[in-house]
Design a protein around this ligand. Sequence first.
Ligand SMILES: [Zn+2]
Length: 323
Amino acid sequence: MESPKTLQQAIVFFSDKDRAFQYALNLRWPNGIVSCPRCGGENHSFIKTRKIWYCNPCKQQFTLKVGTIFEDSPIGLDKWMTAFWMMANCKNGVSSYEMARTIGVTQKSAWFMLHRIREVMQPRTGKLSGYAKDPVEIDETYIGGKAKNMHMKRRIAYQNGDKKAVVMGMRTRNSREVRAMVIPNAKRETLQNKILENVGWGSRIYTDQHVGYEGLNATRLFVHQTVNHMTEYVRGEVHTQGIENFWSLLKRTLKGTYVAVEPFHLDAYLNEQVFRFNNSGKKMNDTLRFEKAMRNVAGHRLTYTELTGTGSATSHSESAGTW
Ligand SMILES: [Zn+2]
């Protein structure tokens, strides 16, 4: 069974439900040993025709979807896997309209699916760099439109009536790893707390001359160097062009594909863009990126209520098989 390499191949490949099932099975339990998501046990019997397992100790059945981001979704794995493929590999993201057309679900279903996929695209934990030889570029940017053009609900969501959301980004120079997060403001305390949380001690840090970064050298935890953007963009090794490139990619995606992003969801969009960026090295390709995203499906859940803050999860019911 050869893996698909392009979106067209993926659509054809996963449209065969048995093949999609087998592929997802191999990704979830790579060593071939299926364990019950409830008790972790391996004492079960597989009912082939229905693609379900019956766990003997639990006396309950489970499917491939139980305990994953797909749990309780009526949409078939064939569609889910094509959706994962698109999200992992479309450089500028995928709108819910485009996804809906491609896999044949409603726009509302596609929107919810896309958010569930973003949920498994969270960056790794642990600190960046920690080595003087792998400097960390740090910068902030502002995302969002003019408040007067916004719907009231969105306007309130911005902190303290600020017109734009503040996003902080970090990128390691040589290992090319990005982290990006929404922060409440660009004050010194906020910025430097994030640096302490995310950057390994001993790292060299490059920023512009924003006052929010002043005093980092005094901590003796980092070696901090700045570039004065009034007069220069690059001073030898000292510049922030890597993270700035990430900002332009991000803004292209947000403007081009996701015309209106609610501030409430901005972190999820950041995770998506960071996932694709951090998995775009020379050793990566579309198949591996897709598999990497799919491997994270276990242990993640996202309910419609968590996502929207409302209880109305009424109209995203499409039936496309039970597994
Ligand atoms: Zn069990």
